[in-house]
Design a protein around this ligand. Sequence first.
Ligand SMILES: N[C@@H](CCC(=O)N[C@@H](CS)C(=O)NCC(=O)O)C(=O)O
Length: 215
Amino acid sequence: MKLYWTPASPFTRKVSVSAQELGISDRIEVIPTKWPLVWAYSTIPFTPGLAESNPMARIPTLVTDAGVSLGDSTLICQHLDAVAGGGRLIPTGEAAWRMWSLYAVADGLLEAQVAMRAERLRPVPNQSEGFLSKQRDRIRRCFDRIEERAGELACPPDALPNLAMITVGVACGYQDWREWLFDFREGHPRLAAWAAGFVERPSMASTRPSETPEH
Ligand SMILES: N[C@@H](CCC(=O)N[C@@H](CS)C(=O)NCC(=O)O)C(=O)O
């Protein structure tokens, strides 16, 4: 498998954490890409092969061993789960719907974080305060809902976290990383306690976000 990757993307981190939790990272060839969000506002050439694999030219994109291109982190995580035998990050039966329901809240939170990042990359006079505050409100509501459902984040010591837990962990990590985002711990004590433990997992510790001139 080939993964178009950047250390700044929370969607990509979700994939990297999933692969590590499943123990299949060594089956993935990582292809670093440059400045994916800046592309939205520039003509920087795409990393060779990316736009050919995924016409949206977004990160993450995974090309499977069979040569199928998956240009979306949710699909990629489903594929990784299947490669690892299935039913490991994604529960089966009725439990799956509860997991996907929480996942959708956490993934929507990531979308709002990345939308704010994209807006903030525009020249300041062009930025819309209305748009930014709409995303901020959405992020707050998502954290409120996750706090209400914090009981679903408990992971037995010998079990893998599910995909919703991983996505919540990545969302908390992104919220901490960007200094212009509010502290998610305020008003969310159960989530704060959970996140403090989750961030210590080796899969999280080794995928901390960063932004360098190369990426
Ligand atoms: N729904 C997609 C979202 C991926 C996404 O928005 N990726 C961003 C980086 S975090 C990107 O590549 N943006 C570049 C662009 O929009 O031009 C997923 O889950 O993979």
